[in-house]
Design a protein around this ligand. Structure first.
Ligand code: AMP
Length: 543
């Protein structure tokens, strides 16, 4: 007999049963493609989620099998969040904004057996279906149209359940979720979340140092459910029994503001680009929406500018800046003001709130510069390294990508930071050669390689340009081959077939020479300085 506590595995099934048993009357509201609202209760959610788990088992799902989702944020996606892991499967949320090449790579690399997809997103599947092997496609029928031949309606699948679901034995270290990140060089890389890591992340995420919600809150994740589990919000909200509101495909400022007002939302979360649009709408029309005073908005994925934080304060709404990664589940840091810092002059308070914040409980941080670990003085620069119970130990089926971990077991984030004496981290640069536009990654290296394949291009370097709406946008600097002429339009047309439209550079400029580092590589640092104030002429912007 153990002399301490019982063996009790930390699994998502406990969160599901807890919510279904105790919060049956709580509401879940989803915006559908036709803009109508679907409403049901936790009791309905519990019944359908267990039906999904049983139906998947009946359809042959084996423990450890991957079930992919290509869906917006809504109740069916929430059902898969719990139903797939409860059946012993692994929920693989797929980013629907990816180019078909990346999408098919990811679906094949994960060897997904099942795919659950919104019927409105079927055209995405159409583009990759000849390149992927998915045994069973389940279509969530929102438009009322019959599902295509060879697929099954999600609703019909649920009807095959008899109400006798029994969860298979699940160990807390078993995998429950999978999400690929393209925020590294090379191929997209998978991060496999365990039941234990998700449960611990949920527990800490629910605390005031995380999202900090209560049963009386109404929470609306704008952050897609295919971005690191919508930052863990669906798990957290379900455990707490909070009212959940999902925006479906309607992410424009007006639709979101209408939903915040109508459902009395108290907590929400998303990337800065979303909030820029919302702030603009509020500034233009401050009286139009009656939002919950003090509504909290978790902002992360890219840096939240101080102007954004100040801007929302003017409307009585509170931005909370946070930092995290796919590899860190994602909760890493939250920029809450410590009590004694509330006394500081306004300017300093805003400076702190615009930092990425200090470590959540159980997250350990250090930053390493050229001569070792840097002091926490707010000045020295180093690469941020992290470890903790919800930080990935490796990439899924990709042993060659092991260089992201140090020999003593820390994960290298690729973010260059200062850390101040209070532990607040401030991101000042990135070692990863990538561009983050509207919360999604664009690979400079992929664009450069593609551009250099053009017969008239001698050299190409792609850097991030600051952009008010998107955070960053790509700028391509081109050295043409001697005597050969090429235009920006020709290059853009050359790139188009192989990249998603939003990857195409906003500006393509021509030069005689690209600055180099001592080792002969392109000096992105110098290029960024050179083009820091460059604003593309309107004709340069892609149509
Ligand atoms: P992803 O894995 O796609 O979520 O991207 C994680 C990366 O996004 C981090 O390593 C940072 O480079 C960036 N990032 C996330 N949150 C922030 C933030 N609050 N401020 C600045 N950069 C951020």
């Amino acid at each position: 007999m153990k002399s301490t506590m019982m063996d009790f595995p930390l699994t998502l099934t406990h969160i599901l049963d807890h919510a279904g048993t105790l919060f049956g009357g709580a509401e879940i509201v989803s915006r559908l493609p036709d803009k109508s609202l679907h409403r049901y209760t936790y009791a309905d959610f519990y019944r359908r989620t267990r039906a999904l788990a049983e139906a998947l088992q009946r359809a042959g799902l084996q423990p450890g099998d991957r079930v992919a989702t290509l869906m917006w944020n809504h109740y069916v996606h929430l059902e898969t969040y719990f139903g797939v892991p409860a059946a012993g499967g692994i929920l693989h949320t797929v980013n629907l904004r990816l180019h078909p090449n990346d999408l098919s790579y990811i679906l094949n690399h994960a060897e997904d057996r099942f795919l659950v997809i919104d019927d409105t997103l079927l055209p995405i599947l159409e583009r990759v279906k000849d390149r992927v092997k998915i045994e069973r496609v389940l279509v969530a029928p929102f438009t009322g149209k019959p599902v295509p031949p060879g697929t099954t309606s999600y609703e019909e699948l649920l009807k095959t359940a008899t109400g006798t679901f029994r969860s298979p034995p699940i160990e807390e270290d078993d995998a429950a979720g999978l999400c690929y990140t393209s925020g590294t060089t090379g191929r997209p890389k998978g991060v496999l979340y365990s039941h234990r890591s998700l449960v611990l992340h949920t527990l800490v995420g629910a605390l005031p140092g995380g999202i900090g919600i209560a049963e009386s809150d109404t929470i609306l994740p704008v952050v897609p459910m295919f971005h690191v589990n919508a930052w863990g919000i669906p798990f957290i909200a379900t455990m707490i029994g909070a009212k959940q509101v999902f925006p479906g495909p309607h992410l424009d400022p007006e639709s979101l503001l209408d939903l915040f007002e109508r459902e009395r939302v108290t907590v929400t979360a998303g990337v800065p680009t979303i909030w820029m649009g919302i702030l603009d709408a509020l500034d233009k029309n401050p009286k139009r929406w009656r939002l919950t005073p003090g509504m909290r908005m978790l902002v992360g994925g890219s840096a939240a500018p101080e102007a954004l934080i100040r801007g929302f304060d003017r409307h009585g709404l509170r931005v909370v800046h946070a930092w995290g990664m796919t590899e860190t589940s994602p909760l890493g840091t939250v920029s809450a003001l410590k009590r004694h810092l509330e006394e500081l002059p306004e300017k300093e308070r805003y400076e702190i709130r615009a930092k990425q914040g200090f470590a959540a409980p159980f997250v350990e941080l250090r930053a390493v510069g050229e001569s070792g670990e840097i002091p926490w003085d707010g000045k020295a620069l180093g690469e941020l390294q992290i470890r903790g119970p919800w930080v990935a130990a490796s990439y899924y089926r990709m042993p060659e990508a092991g260089d992201r971990w140090t020999e003593d077991g820390w994960f290298r984030t690729g973010d260059v930071v200062t850390i101040d004496p209070e532990g607040y981290v401030k991101i000042v640069d990135r070692t990863k050669d990538l561009i983050k536009s509207g919360g999604e990654w664009i690979s400079s290296v992929d664009l450069e390689n593609a551009l250099m394949a053009h017969p008239a291009v001698k050299e190409a370097a792609v850097i991030a340009m600051a952009n008010e709406k998107w955070g960053e946008r790509p700028l391509a600097v081109i050295v043409p081959k001697d005597g050969l002429g090429v235009t920006a339009e020709e290059l853009r047309a050359f790139l188009e077939p192989n990249f998603a439209k939003w990857w195409l550079p906003d500006a393509i400029v021509f030069t005689k020479e690209i600055p180099r580092t001592a080792t002969g590589k392109f000096s992105k640092l110098q290029l960024r300085e050179q083009y820091a104030n460059y604003r593309p002429p309107p004709s340069d912007l892609p149509a």
